[in-house]
Every structure is written in C-alpha cells, then in structure tokens.
Design a protein around this ligand. Structure first.
Ligand SMILES: Cc1ncc(COP(=O)(O)O)c(C=O)c1O
Length: 433
C-alpha cells in the first residue's frame, strides 16, 4: 500500500466515507502493540481507550495473533450452518463453563455486540411467548434497530432515526450520583430496584414482559455502578414473574472489572449473558450464552447468520480466554486499585471532579462545573480528551452529558505507560480546572 500521511488519508476519508461514523482522533494507525498505538507518521500514543473496550488482552497479543495466523492457514470460513468446525464448539463449551450459573448452558456466536443484543431479545421473546422488554435509563446496547431502541441516549445515537421498535419500556437505573428518585444511598433502601414492581403496575404488565436487560456497569451511559444489592433484587422480581434476566456484559465483561464478568461483583446469575468486544480481541465476535432450556427454545433455523462464530474469530476468542484465565485478572485488580486511588486523589484536588466510580479498572470520573449543582461539564471533558490526544494519550468520554472521562486501557499496560498516561491526563485536568 502507498505510504500516505494522516492528512492525506483524512482527505480520502472525508471524500469517500460518510460523516456519520465518528472519529475521536484524526490519526491513521500503522501498528499497535500492548497499550501503544503508532500512527502512519511514526508518532506513538498511549492507549487508554483500547478500541472502546476491545483490547483487554492488549493489541496484538502474541498468542492471539498466533492463533489467528494458524487458523487462517487452514480455512477462513465455511459458514457454521454449512460445515461446522471445532473452534466454534470448543469456544461455546468454554463460555458455558466460565459464565456464572451452575446449570446447563448453551452459547451461540454472532458478529457484534448489537447482534448479540438482538438475539438475546429474540430468544427471550420466543421462550416466554411475551412481547415486552424492559431496559434502563442511560443504557447503551448498540445501533441496530432493537439495540438502538433499547439504548437510552438520544444524541448522537437515536436522534433522527425513528420510529423505533414497539414494546420497549424504560425505567430509571441506579445512578446514585444523580438519583432519579432524589434519594440517597443507603438510606434509600435501594428503592430504585423495588420500584420495578410499581413499574409493572403503571407502565407494562409483568406477564407481558419477556426480559429485563441491563448492563452490570453502564458503559456509554457514564460508567455507572449500582449498589451491591441492586441486581439481586431486580433478578428476584424477574424470577417471581417468569421474566428472563439478560445481562449485557459486552463492555464490562472479559476481565474488564477485575472479574471475568462484572455481574460476579453483584452475586447475580443472569439467565442470558451477552458478550462481545474483548472476547474477540479485535475480531468481530460476540456471544449469547444462557440457560440451555431458554437457548434451545427457538426452532432449528430460527437463529444464525453467515459469519457468526467465524473460525478465525473463535480461535482468537479461545486465546483470549487462555490469557484471561492465566494471570490477567490479578493484573486487572491491581491496575484498577492504582487508577482508582489516583482518581480519588485528584478528586480532592480538582473541584471539577464531581464523582469517581467504577469496578476494577473500569473507572470513570464525572466532571461538573459546580459540585453543589452538579451541572455537567461536557465541554471541559471534550477539551480534556483533545488536550490528552495532543500530548500523546488516546482516551474517551461517555455519559448522557458527555462529561464522564473513562478508562478502558489494555490490562497489559506497563507501569511506565500507565504513569505517563496518567501524567498527561492530570496535566490536562490542571489546565481545564
Ligand atoms: C454495553 C454494550 N452493549 C452493546 C454494545 C454494542 O456493541 P457493538 O458496537 O459491537 O455492536 C456496546 C458497544 O459499545 C456496549 O458497550
């Protein structure tokens, strides 16, 4: 391929690619390794974004690359529906073993998180013969129509794209920093969870609800972590009404929170668990894992897709699981403690930090113009991301008001890279504060 500069490639991008797909940085990548990205002009960046939570095991982890190459030498695609292959069934077996729940499970694979969400909903509806789905405020579940309908945020995701799918109902989430009920934890008694019963009286009848779908830690919504008892209460209510409880672990799973799955922090066992992102370490792979009797409800041919569970992606997924199960979870816990401690120190120093929250190394800081009014500091957060980029750190924001700085760095980041990244971030904070 020709050697082009970032600017030349940007001109091509502007001319040939629609503006809809957003870009956080104006660079084009030449290579990436671990937690470092190098652009086509040879400039290096510390990566605190991990391709939006996809690179938990690090860019180009040796074992993943070796597995991909070995599989590519054998065959790249047959379509699982036409001629099956071992990596698919081996990965399904492993997912059934490692996901929470001591009961028979089954897994099938698709290409993206949104597709996993679509299929979770299809299966829950089929198994229960009920139409409605309950999702939460600030949820993000993807950009295909059902996933987008379940997604809460209007800008930039939903605006202009309606009408959306019917039979989706939305209730407040346990966003303690901005409680929808104006209450305070723990005095609130986690009313937001119990309010699901009221929701069934005033919004949708429990016996028409197929599934409740939730992210254990809301990702795009602002790295929102509910109180420890929240999900056991929600799940108990679901069980009482025969509702399938789906956890979307697409961003929070695969070691991101220091456990394989974030729901393990809450001692809750979903009926269906959705995985994606870091499962394939950059290859398009997402999983739907659930109770065998629910997963087996749809008829033969009712589920599938041409590329779902592509053999190269499944080999990558198997290598990812080996890496995570070997040592990375322990590393993740330590990384999380370090980052959180630093953020909490910053909170004492910089008034612009209203809240620090997260689980393990899935940590975010919510920026506010004023701690009393909690007015979101979205522009300042954007400024911080831009300044960080200019100084060699790639990072992301999230939240309904785009005012939450989040970190999704590869778990293999070295201490030196982490410290350099945090120093850039703190310099930016000083400037905007
Ligand atoms: C929690 C969650 N669910 C679903 C998705 C959609 O995944 P994909 O972009 O692979 O379709 C995302 C993506 O950010 C996500 O964070």
């Amino acid at each position: 391929m020709e050697k082009r500069s970032n600017q030349e490639l940007m001109a091509m991008r502007q001319e040939h690619v629609p503006r809809g797909p957003f870009n956080i940085t104006p660079i084009f990548v030449k290579r990436a390794k671990g937690a470092i990205i190098e652009d086509v002009e040879g400039r290096e960046y510390i990566d605190f974004a991990g391709g939006i939570g996809v690179e938990n095991v690090g860019h180009c982890a040796e074992q993943v690359v070796a597995a991909i190459k070995e599989q590519a030498d054998q065959f790249t695609h047959t379509c699982f529906h036409v001629a099956m292959y071992e990596p698919y069934v081996e990965l399904a077996k492993r997912m059934n073993e490692i996901t929470p729940g001591d009961f028979p499970k089954k897994t099938f694979f698709v290409n993206s998180g949104a597709e996993a969400v679509e299929n979770g909903v299809k299966i829950a509806r089929y198994a229960t013969k009920r139409p409605a789905i309950v999702a939460f405020q600030n949820a993000f579940h993807g950009r295909t129509y059902m996933a987008l309908t379940l997604t809460s945020q209007i800008q930039p995701y939903k605006w202009g794209f309606g009408p959306f799918c019917p039979e989706v109902y939305r209730m407040p989430f346990a966003y303690c920093y901005r409680c929808a009920f104006g209450l305070e934890y723990p005095g609130c008694g986690v009313y937001c969870a119990d309010s699901l019963e009221d929701f069934f009286v005033t919004n949708v009848a429990a016996d028409s609800v197929a599934a409740v779908i939730a992210e254990p830690v809301q990702g795009e919504g602002g790295f929102i972590v509910p109180p420890p008892e929240y999900f056991t209460r929600i799940k108990a209510i679901c069980e009482n009404h025969g509702i399938v409880f789906i956890m979307d672990e697409i961003q929070s799973g695969m070691g991101r929170t220091g456990k394989l799955f974030a729901c393990q922090h809450f001692n809750v066992t979903p009926d269906i668990i959705l995985t994606g992102k870091s499962l394939g370490a950059g290859l398009p792979l997402a999983g739907v894992t659930g109770r065998a009797e629910i997963m087996d409800a749809p008829h033969v041919g009712g589920l599938g897709g041409t590329y779902g569970g592509n053999p190269i992606a499944c080999r990558a997924g198997l290598a990812v699981l080996d890496l995570l199960q070997a040592e990375l979870l322990e590393t993740a816990v330590q990384l999380g403690e370090r980052v959180r401690a630093r953020f909490l120190n910053w909170q004492e120093e910089y008034k612009i930090i209203g809240d620090v929250r997260g689980l393990g190394p899935m940590v975010g800081i919510e920026l506010v113009k004023d701690r009393a009014s909690k007015e979101p500091a979205g522009d300042e957060a954007g400024d911080l991301v831009n300044r960080s980029y200019e100084n060699g750190l790639i990072m992301l924001r999230c939240g309904a008001y785009h005012n939450v700085i989040r970190v999704l760095m590869p778990l293999v980041i070295t201490n030196d890279q982490l410290e350099r990244g945090l120093a850039i971030l703190e310099d930016g904070l000083k400037e905007i504060a």
